[in-house]
Design a protein around this ligand. Structure first.
Ligand code: ATR
Length: 270
C-alpha cells in the first residue's frame, strides 16, 4: 500500500485526506493519505522523515510551498513559473516538485463553471504566493487582458515582470487605478478573506455575465458579498479548485483521473 500525506502548519482543517480517499475509492486504488503537522522550522526534516518511512509522495500547503520548491531536486516547468510547489513525488531517493494549483483553478473555471477564458478580460487580485501560483496557467488560457491588482502595487509589478504574457495584454495596478475599468472574470487571490476584510474595490468592475471567483472556500467572503451586491450572478468559491488541484496530484501519482463532480458534492455537504 502506498502512503501519502499533506504537510502544513496548520493542517488540521485540511480536506485533502478526505478528497484523496474518495478518489482512491472511486478508482479502486489502494493508498493511504494522512495529515502531517510540520514544525515551522522543520519542513525539510519532516519531508526526509516521510521519505525514510517509504512514503510515495506528499502535498504541501501553507506556509511551506516556497520551501518545498527549494527542497525539490527537480521541478516541473509550471512549478518553476509559480516559484512554489504543492505536490512532491518521492522517487529513487529524490524529490520531484510540481504545482497543480493553477491548473486546478483553470480547470474549475473552464470545465466545472463552463466559463471560457480565451479572449476575456481577467482581473487577478493579490500578488502573494496564491496569485503567483495561478498566473501562468491563467495566461495559458489566452485571455485578451490580465490585470494583476494588489494593495502593494510594486509586488504586482514584479509579478507581471516575471511572467510570460504571450499575446495577452498583461499589466499591474493598485486598487484605486481600477476605477472605470471592466472585467469579465475577477479572481480574488488575496488572503483578505481570512481576516474578513473588504478590499477597496471600485464600483462598476464587473462586465455583464461576469464570473467572480474567490480562491478561498468554506464560507462567504467579503469579496463574494461585494460581487453579489454588484449584481454578479456567478459567484463561486475555491472548492472546485481545491478538488481539481487534488485530482491533478492524484493523476501525477497514480496516472488516473478521478471524476471530480461527486467529490465536490461530498466536500460541499460536509
Ligand atoms: P498567499 O500565500 O495567501 O498568497 P501571501 O503571499 O502572504 O499569502 O499574500 C497575501 C496577499 O493578500 C497579498 O497580495 C496581500 O497584499 P500585499 O501584497 O499588499 O500585502 C493580500 N492581502 C492580504 N490582506 C489584505 C487586505 N486586508 N487588503 C488587501 N490585500 C490584502
Amino acid at each position: 500500500m502506498d502512503h501519502y500525506a499533506v504537510i502544513g502548519h496548520p493542517v488540521e482543517h485540511s480536506k485533502s485526506p478526505l478528497i484523496h480517499a474518495a478518489f482512491a475509492r472511486q478508482t479502486g486504488q489502494q493508498l493511504e493519505y494522512g495529515k502531517v503537522l510540520s514544525p515551522l522550522d522543520g519542513f525539510a526534516a519532516t519531508v526526509a522523515d516521510l521519505q525514510a518511512r517509504g512514503y510515495a509522495g506528499a502535498n504541501v500547503t501553507v506556509p511551506f510551498k516556497f520551501e518545498a520548491y527549494t527542497l525539490a531536486d527537480s521541478v516541473t516547468e509550471r512549478a518553476r513559473h509559480a516559484g512554489a510547489v504543492n505536490t512532491l513525488t518521492f522517487r529513487d531517493g529524490g524529490i520531484l516538485g510540481d504545482n497543480t494549483d493553477g491548473v486546478g483553478l483553470v480547470r474549475d473555471i473552464l470545465d466545472n463553471q463552463q466559463f471560457a477564458l480565451a479572449g476575456k478580460r481577467i482581473l487577478l487580485l493579490g500578488a502573494g504566493g496564491a496569485a503567483e501560483g495561478v498566473l501562468g496557467p491563467l495566461l495559458e488560457s489566452l485571455p485578451a487582458r490580465l490585470c494583476v491588482a494588489n494593495r502593494t502595487v510594486d509586488k504586482a509589478g514584479a509579478m507581471v515582470a516575471r511572467a510570460q504574457a504571450g499575446g495577452t495584454r498583461l499589466d499591474a495596478a493598485g486598487f484605486a487605478e481600477l476605477t472605470g475599468q471592466v472585467f469579465d472574470v475577477v479572481i480574488n487571490a488575496t488572503s483578505s478573506g481570512l481576516s474578513n476584510e473588504r478590499l477597496p474595490l471600485p464600483a462598476g468592475l464587473f462586465a455583464d455575465g461576469a464570473l467572480a471567483y474567490d480562491m478561498m472556500y468554506g464560507r462567504e467572503t467579503p469579496f463574494m458579498a461585494f460581487a453579489r451586491e454588484a449584481g454578479v450572478q456567478r459567484v463561486v468559491d475555491g472548492l472546485g479548485m481545491l478538488v481539481e488541484q487534488a485530482a491533478e496530484a492524484f493523476f501525477i501519482w497514480r496516472q488516473m483521473r478521478p471524476a471530480t463532480a461527486p467529490v465536490m458534492e461530498m466536500v460541499r455537504a460536509l
